[in-house]
Design a protein around this ligand. Structure first.
Ligand SMILES: C[S@@+](CC[C@H](N)C(=O)[O-])C[C@H]1O[C@@H](n2cnc3c(N)ncnc32)[C@H](O)[C@@H]1O
Length: 224
């Protein structure tokens, strides 16, 4: 089965077994900064020296980043290391000032990528994650059912927002870019759930500003 048929099959699967919630959020991403602008501005402002990108694909972003040392990890294409993020982290012993997580956008994998990134982040570093603000149910449904897809990364961000030891935000830019800092949580979310993977798109739709701690690029310099 090719991937288009796979998507068709998964769409049916979601139609039958998925959440019956069809409202959409009207994010106009072309009116907001892109990921390159957020990441490069942070590198320049903080004078960061080392960058890790997980998931590089065609190097659209990776090739543009200007920094002293950069490593890109992808099992299929792009970057500098042809491997999965899990394997990379098993062998790695370097620390990074800035890590961009943009690999497999499924909750279980993103959870491992966040935890591993925290272990290899320098003390004053930052983790950014792509695709945290999906517009509708199908854009975030797992298994993947369309070509343009965010996955359910947003659930990992809700989970991060409940942790006292890290401080998490989502920048209103380029499909939602989360930012995780290694410092005490300044506005902890108390959700009373332990099962973040089971969160529903409906809950996100009505609560995303609070759940995800939405900020704008202009706020960044006041936050860190
Ligand atoms: C959305 S693309 C990355 C786009 C790129 N960061 C950019 O900004 O242009 C996702 C990439 O993640 C890669 N990927 C999938 N599973 C991965 C894994 N376990 N570890 C690292 N990369 C993975 C895919 O091969 C794909 O190239």
């Amino acid at each position: 089965m090719n991937y288009k048929n796979n998507f068709k099959f998964n769409r049916w699967y979601h139609y039958i077994f998925g959440e019956k919630f069809y409202k959409k959020l009207d994010f106009k991403w072309n009116e907001y900064p892109n990921r390159y602008s957020i990441i490069q501005e942070t590198i320049d402002r903080k004078n960061y020296k080392s960058y890790l990108e997980i998931g590089c694909d065609q190097d659209i972003l990776f090739s543009k980043i200007r920094i002293e040392k950069k490593i890109g990890v992808d099992p299929v294409s792009g970057g500098t290391i042809r491997d999965t993020s899990d394997n990379f982290f098993k062998k790695n012993n370097l620390k990074f000032d800035i890590i961009f997580i943009d690999g497999l956008h499924e909750y279980d994998q993103v959870k491992k990528d966040i935890n591993n990134s925290l272990l290899f982040l320098s003390d004053y570093g930052v983790i950014f994650l792509h695709d945290c603000l999906p517009k509708n149910f199908i854009s975030q449904a797992v298994p993947r059912a369309r070509a343009t897809w965010n996955g359910d990364v947003w659930k990992n961000i809700v989970e991060s927002r409940t942790k006292p030891e890290i401080d998490t935000y989502v920048i209103y830019a380029d499909n939602g870019i989360a930012m995780i800092l290694k410092r005490p949580n300044k506005r902890m979310l108390n959700l009373g759930t332990a099962n973040f993977k089971q969160l529903k798109f409906r809950n996100y739709f009505y609560n995303y500003k609070d759940y995800l701690n939405i900020i704008y690029q202009e706020d960044l310099k006041n936050i860190f």
